[in-house]
Each structure stands twice: as structure tokens, then as C-alpha cells.
Design a protein around this ligand. Structure first.
Ligand code: ATP
Ligand code: MG
Length: 565
């Protein structure tokens, strides 16, 4: 039995699993933050979330939950040119779907625009910020390189009084976009380039999805982020490695701002990358906009909504996030790990059915015409409580075309002329005759069944080498099945200097099969319900399904049998 302490925290569960948790345990032991643990997930609403964000969500919400703490959802909406409420809504949906909740702690960086402005004014007053009228190019030119000090801007020593006036004019829309920026006056010779008088505000004459036309100056992410964490009382600010070098800048702002000992602790971890995928919102947006995929929720996309439509469950994604863990070194996770996680989950939960996706007709010549038997089939061999169902069997069936070979090779043990196999949950059948069309293609098999083998065993003890899945022609549901392969042919499509990631798009990432037959059980299914089609893999019902047409996606094959490209 795990011990539960006074705070309801499971002591066994609290053993650190990674360096982030270890850091939190150390902070708690030192009595930091009055024992509080408070994290936040801070997406920029400029696209749909992907599996990398899912990891960040699991990490932020999961870690806080583990320590009995809280997590805020905060939209980092500091750039109105790229942001949209469509993205805000989708992000909230995705976080909830993953199984997490921010309760009443929903924030926007834009909630702090007034406070950020006031703080900027106070920095100007103390001579720690100034307006620079030079162009972006000149400013970055003057920043120089880490090994040599940069060059001071001629505006660096403008008096606070003058800066205050100019900054107020900047806010009032007196200047054009690009005409000037507000910079923090820190250290033009710092080896950390982020400390060389970084930008705090730029002019963007764009309405904002929340503040409308109120502002035409917007804070830079690096200026806003740390203070937002501070004002929200965040104790542990978990972010990806690229922000490690920004940390001194965040600390500088907090030092200027703070009125107490408290400061959010930033902890960096490596970004999740997955083979055969791109993981940048910019590239994903491009694929959507240019029509390389059918939308953000295309089942081939590594977006959370794409994976959801593909049939991934929240449980499988949380398990994946746990399994890949957190590290301090950038690496790439094999997409097979993700596939393993959904297989593990669905193996335990998915309803089994039989479906034929490349049909070959079988006529059981000695089976009575018009007879339909209802045979028992197991719903989930991993879970006895799921019980059994009835599967109709009749004279005309479909089997998988690849389960028959006219001239069987040495290692082919399935159906061929003169050979007997078992049909799952029903009878032994033997193939006697092959029917071909004018082109010489096999279009039908004539077989006989042995009525003594009902249930799948012969009373005389004779064995067969194969068991095939099948469906009864008259009762089957006709379906469209969409099979997916990797979206890219290269393991790291965006990692080539000399090539565009689109050069690696896999032209065969989607195959649509329109002549598939599934046992009648699936008629009761609704969009996103998943099934195991025995021997073929896991499939779910796609939302494109209508009353006339049922559409399935293949989530994943049963084994790691993905076509090697
Ligand atoms: P992208 O590079 O896809 O545009 P981003 O970092 O700009 O991602 P944000 O909306 O700023 O996207 O990300 C929100 C949070 O998710 C951040 O804390 C960020 O560190 C984290 N995050 C983004 N991508 C990944 C990833 N691949 N792995 C882990 N965490 C990620
Ligand atoms: Mg970002």
C-alpha cells in the first residue's frame, strides 16, 4: 500500500522521476515559495498544438499534480500579426482532451499589457530603457558577435525625460511601424547576446484579438514572459532548452521589478522531436495553407487534433510523454515509440471485429443456400468482461486477397487449391477451384466446409496451419478504409541544409481503399470509436463518415510492420 501523507500526496509516487521533479523536491525541502508548486503552460496562439506541446502539457500539468500544486494556462499573445481566436479555442480543447484542467486560471499575456507598459515606463525613469530610432539591420549590426563588444546606439544616452515623452508618443501611434523600438539598457559587451540592449517593445499597427485597437506597441516575448510568470506566482517555469540563454535576461527584468525574495525558477528540458515528422508550427502551418495535407487535423499530422482524429487516445499520449521522459540533450525519438504506446493502450481496450480490406470472394459450395448461422466471437481476449458477440456466417464470404496464393511459395501456409485452413470462429474450409476473369485474374474461390469443425476444431484432431479472418458478403458493411504511411520519406525532413523539407514529402502517405467489408457489429459505432480489425491493425471511424458511407482510418498496424521506405 502506498502511503498518503497529510497533503494527500502519495509518498511512493513522489519519488523523483527526473531532474525537474528533483529540483522541485529540493526547493520544497528548503522551504521555498511557502511549499507551493505552481507551473504554467504558455502557448502562443499562432497555430494548433503538436505532440511536442503535448509533452510540455503533460510535464507542466502532470508535475504540478504530482506535488499537489496548480497549473495555469497562459496564452502568450504578444504578436497580433500571427495570432487568432481559432487557435485559442483549439488549444483549450486539446489541453482538456489530454485530461488536464486549469480551472479558473486562464490568463493571457495581453492581460498584463498595462502593467508591462507601466514597468517599461519605470525602467525609462531610472535610465534603464531607451527608445532607439535606428533600423533593425543597424541595431543587429551594432550588437556584433559574442567574442567582441557591440557598439552603443547613438540613442543610448538620451535622457529619461526625453525618452518618456517619446515612448508616450510611440504608444499614441505617432510613429510608423519600424520607425523606433524600446530597448532595455543592459550591457553592450555581454558575451550573452540577449543582454546587449534587447528590444522590449515594437510598433505593430494591428488590432489584437483581445485588446482590439487599444495598443499599437506590443511587448516582445522576452520582455513579457518572465514578468507574467512572476505576477502569476509561478514557482517553476518549465521550458525548452533554447530559453536557457534567455534566462539571465528574464532574471534581469525580475531583479528590476521585484519587491520580494520570490522568483520563478526556470528549468529547461530538451524539445521533443519525432522521426519522419516536422515539429514546428511554422512548417505545419505551411503544409496546411499550401494544401499538402487536408487540414490541421489530417490524421497524418503530428498535431494533437490530427493524432486524435487518427485514433490516438489521451491515455496513450500521456504514456508516451512519460516514456520519453525529460532530458537536457536534444535528440530525436523514434516514431515507433509513439506507435507502441497506442498499440499498448488499444490492445487492452479495443473491440475486436473482422474486416476485409482487399476482398476475394469465397463460395462455400456445400453450405446450404439462404442459411445464416450466428457464431460466437470474443470481443477482447485481453478482457474477459467484454464478453462475446455474434458473427454471421453464410455461403458467400470475403477473405483477404493476400491470404490466397494460386502457386504457393515454400513459406506460404495459408489458402491455396487443395489446402485446408480455419476460418476464425467458424469452420475449416478447403479450396477446390479457382474462378478467373477474362484477364486471368482470380475473382472467386470455390471451397467446401467441414460441418464437423464448427467452432474451429476437427473432432478427428487434424490440424491446419492457418486461421483466416473473413466476413459474410450479405451481412457485411461496405466501408472506405484510409491507410497511412509516414508523411515524410526522411527521418529528419527539416534537418537538411541543402534541401527543403517538402522535398521529402511521401507521395504515398495516404492510400484510400473503397471496397472494404467489415462485420455488421461496426454499424453501431460513432466517429472516433476504435476497433481492432483482427490480423490487420487498429482502426477508428473517421468523422467523414455519413449515413451512406462509413470511413475508417488505420491508426496503426498490429506489429511494427510499417513499410520501410
Ligand atoms: P513551435 O516551434 O512549434 O512554434 P513554440 O515553442 O513556438 O513551438 P509555443 O506556443 O511557444 O510554441 O510553445 C508552448 C510551450 O510548449 C512552450 O513552453 C514550449 O517550450 C513548449 N514546446 C514547444 N514545442 C515543444 C517540443 N517540441 N517539445 C517540448 N515542448 C515544446
Ligand atoms: Mg514559442
Amino acid at each position: 500500500m502506498a502511503e498518503i501523507d497529510n497533503n494527500g500526496i502519495n509518498q511512493e509516487e513522489i519519488l523523483p522521476k527526473n531532474f525537474i521533479q528533483q529540483q522541485i523536491i529540493d526547493d520544497l525541502a528548503e522551504g521555498k515559495n511557502g511549499g507551493r508548486v505552481h507551473t504554467r503552460f504558455p502557448p502562443e496562439p499562432n497555430g494548433y498544438l503538436h505532440i511536442g506541446h503535448a509533452k510540455s502539457i503533460c510535464l507542466n500539468f502532470g508535475t504540478a499534480r504530482k506535488f499537489g500544486g496548480l497549473t495555469n494556462l497562459r496564452f502568450d499573445d504578444t504578436n497580433p500579426t500571427k495570432e487568432d481566436t481559432e487557435y485559442v479555442d483549439s488549444i483549450m480543447e486539446d489541453v482538456r482532451w489530454l485530461g488536464f484542467d486549469w480551472d479558473d486560471r486562464l490568463y493571457y499575456a495581453s492581460d498584463y499589457f498595462d502593467k508591462l507598459y507601466e514597468f517599461a515606463v519605470s525602467l525609462i525613469k531610472t535610465g534603464k530603457a531607451y527608445v532607439d530610432f535606428q533600423s533593425q539591420e543597424v541595431i543587429s549590426e551594432q550588437k556584433g558577435v559574442p567574442t567582441r563588444p557591440g557598439i552603443d546606439s547613438p540613442y543610448r544616452n538620451t535622457s529619461p525625460e526625453e525618452n518618456l515623452e517619446i515612448f508616450a508618443r510611440m504608444k499614441d501611434g505617432f510613429y510608423n511601424e519600424g520607425e523606433c523600438v524600446l530597448r532595455a539598457k543592459i550591457d553592450m559587451s555581454s558575451p550573452n547576446m540577449h543582454m546587449r540592449d534587447p528590444l522590449m517593445y515594437r510598433i505593430l499597427k494591428q488590432p489584437h484579438h483581445r485588446t482590439g485597437d487599444k495598443w499599437c506597441i506590443y511587448p516582445m516575448y522576452d520582455y513579457a514572459h518572465g514578468q507574467c510568470d512572476y505576477w502569476e506566482g509561478i514557482t517553476h517555469s518549465i521550458c525548452t532548452l533554447e530559453f536557457e540563454v534567455h534566462r539571465p535576461l528574464y532574471d534581469w527584468f525580475i531583479d528590476e521589478l521585484k519587491d520580494s525574495d520570490y522568483r520563478p525558477r526556470q528549468i529547461e528540458f530538451s524539445r521533443l522531436n519525432i522521426t519522419y515528422n516536422v515539429m514546428s508550427k511554422r512548417l505545419l502551418l505551411l503544409m496546411v495553407k499550401e494544401g499538402y495535407v487536408k487540414g490541421w487535423d489530417d490524421p497524418r499530422m503530428p498535431t494533437i487534433c490530427g493524432l486524435r482524429r487518427r485514433g490516438y487516445t489521451p491515455e496513450s499520449m500521456r504514456a508516451f510523454s512519460d516514456r520519453v521522459g525529460v532530458t537536457k540533450v536534444d535528440g530525436v525519438t523514434d516514431v515507433a515509440v509513439l506507435e507502441y504506446c497506442i498499440r499498448e493502450d488499444l490492445n487492452k481496450t479495443a473491440q475486436r471485429v473482422m474486416g476485409v480490406i482487399d476482398p476475394l470472394k469465397v463460395v462455400i459450395t456445400n453450405y446450404p443456400e439462404g442459411l445464416v448461422e450466428e457464431l460466437d466471437a470474443i470481443n477482447n481476449p485481453e478482457d474477459e468482461s467484454k464478453g462475446k458477440r455474434k458473427v454471421p456466417f453464410s455461403r458467400e464470404l470475403y477473405i483477404e486477397r493476400e491470404d490466397f496464393m494460386e502457386n504457393p511459395t515454400n513459406k506460404f501456409y495459408r489458402l491455396s487449391v487443395g489446402r485446408e485452413v480455419r476460418l476464425r470462429y467458424s469452420y475449416f474450409i478447403k479450396c477446390n477451384e479457382v474462378i478467373k476473369n477474362d484477364q486471368g485474374e482470380v475473382i472467386e474461390l470455390h471451397c467446401t466446409y467441414d460441418p464437423e469443425t464448427r467452432g474451429g476444431n476437427a473432432p478427428d484432431g487434424r490440424k491446419v496451419k492457418a486461421t483466416l479472418h473473413w466476413v459474410a458478403v450479405a451481412q457485411a458493411v461496405k466501408a472506405e478504409v484510409r491507410l497511412y504511411d509516414r508523411l515524410f520519406t526522411d527521418a529528419d525532413p527539416s534537418g537538411h541544409k541543402d534541401k527543403d523539407f517538402l522535398d521529402f514529402l511521401n507521395p504515398d502517405s495516404l492510400s484510400v481503399l473503397t471496397d472494404c467489408y467489415i462485420e455488421p457489429f461496426v454499424k453501431n459505432g460513432k466517429p472516433l470509436d476504435s476497433f481492432q480489425f483482427e490480423r490487420l491493425g487498429y482502426f477508428n471511424i473517421d468523422p467523414d463518415t455519413t449515413t451512406d458511407k462509413i470511413v475508417f482510418n488505420r491508426i496503426v498496424s498490429l506489429k511494427d510492420g510499417f513499410k520501410k521506405l
